[in-house]
Structure formats: C-alpha cells, structure tokens
Design a protein around this ligand. Structure first.
Ligand SMILES: Nc1ncnc2c1ncn2[C@@H]1O[C@H](COP(=O)(O)OP(=O)(O)OP(=O)(O)O)[C@@H](O)[C@H]1O
Ligand SMILES: [Mg+2]
Length: 185
C-alpha cells in the first residue's frame, strides 16, 4: 500500500442526523486542531434557501449543486494547504460521494447516537424549532457510512470533550495543528 493511505486529512466532514451534535462537535474539533470551521449550510444556493425558508423540503436535485459547492470549497482549501472541519448532515452515501469525490485526504466523521438520546437533546435545544417527525425522517434517510468510506465513527453518548478527543485519537492527529501519527493498522 502506498503512503497515500496514511495521508494527513485536509478536510473532515462531521455528519449525522439533525441534533446529533454536528455544529457543536465540528466547532470544538476545529478549535482543538486549530483548523477552520465551516457550516455546510452556508453553501446552499439562493434557490434552496428560498425553498427552505418557505418550509418546502429539498429534493436531491436541489442538493447536488449545494454538495458540489462544498466539494469545490474542499478542493480550494486543500489546494491552498489549508485544513477545514465541515458540519454537514451528509445522510446518504451518494451525498458523501460528491463531497469526498475520491479524495483520501477527506475523512468522514460519523456522529452515532440513538433516536431517543437525540430527541431528548433537541427538546432541550434553545432557539430552534423542530418540526414533529423530522427526526424520524432523518433516521429513515440515514445511510450510516460503510467501511469502504473509511469513516471515523464516534458515540455521541459522551461529553463534547470526550467525543472530540475520540475523533482526534481515531484520526491519529496529535497535538494542536494536527501532526500526523502513522498507524500500522
Ligand atoms: N455531547 C453532547 N452532550 C450534551 N449535549 C450535546 C452534545 N453535543 C451536542 N449537544 C447539544 O445537543 C443539541 C444539538 O446539537 P447541535 O445543534 O450541535 O446538532 P446539529 O447536528 O448541528 O443539529 P442540526 O442538524 O439541526 O444543525 C444542542 O443543544 C447541543 O448543545
Ligand atoms: Mg447544526
């Protein structure tokens, strides 16, 4: 196997259903690594924003240009030698395929938790309205990343600090700044 298998990631995609903690974890992970944080929602075209504001669900056709815009940003940051943590639900394998587009330096971080735990956290979350049934539909849509996507999977039934350290450890990123540590596995 070539050295490419151990390439230091330049982009991490923190994924999971609504309320799994993407924004919370991605922000803290970016701080921990001294990387940039991006919210994937920022890359929606105006037409999607208008639809969402009107309460209309997005179709996959609506999503492709949005996902492609995030993929373009990943290329731009990585080409410039930067490092970014992106919060993006990326529930379907096909979505993640657009985001990672075969890059081995883009890693998927899957926040795994039960519907019961996440419903409880959403009920406590301030300043967000959660339409009934949304969480259930998110779990129906979710395609957990398969082994060939080389994901880092973490249980969200832990403190934010513990989750962040778990991710850093699984990625083999050491001190702040993300010095790569080679793994023999
Ligand atoms: N490890 C944790 N322990 C306790 N509470 C948490 C943890 N992670 C996140 N939370 C809380 O759970 C709620 C949901 O987290 P957050 O908003 O980060 O999720 P999200 O995946 O970004 O959701 P959305 O898809 O709606 O943007 C927030 O109130 C957050 O403070
Ligand atoms: Mg969020």
């Amino acid at each position: 196997m070539s050295d490419e298998a151990f390439e230091t990631p330049c982009a991490l995609i923190v994924m999971g259903v609504s309320g799994s903690g993407k924004s919370t974890i991605a922000v803290r992970l970016a701080e921990r690594l001294s990387w940039t944080f991006e919210d994937g929602d920022r890359f929606h075209p105006a037409s999607n924003v208008a639809k969402m504001s009107a309460g209309q669900p997005l179709t996959d056709e609506d999503r492709w240009p949005w996902l492609q815009a995030i993929a373009d940003e990943i290329d731009r940051v990585c080409q410039a030698g930067g490092h970014v943590v992106i919060a993006c639900s990326a529930l379907k394998r096909a979505y993640r395929h657009v985001l990672a587009h075969g890059r081995r330096d883009v890693r998927i971080v899957f926040l795994r938790g039960t519907q019961f735990l996440i419903a409880d956290r959403l009920a406590r979350r301030k300043g967000h309205f959660m339409p009934p049934g949304l969480l259930e539909s998110q779990f129906k849509t979710l395609e957990p990343p398969a082994a060939d996507e080389n994901p880092v999977t973490v249980s969200i039934d832990a403190s934010v600090e513990t989750i962040v350290e778990d991710i850093v450890r699984q990625l083999g990123l050491g001190a702040a700044g993300g010095v790569p540590r080679r793994s023999s596995t």
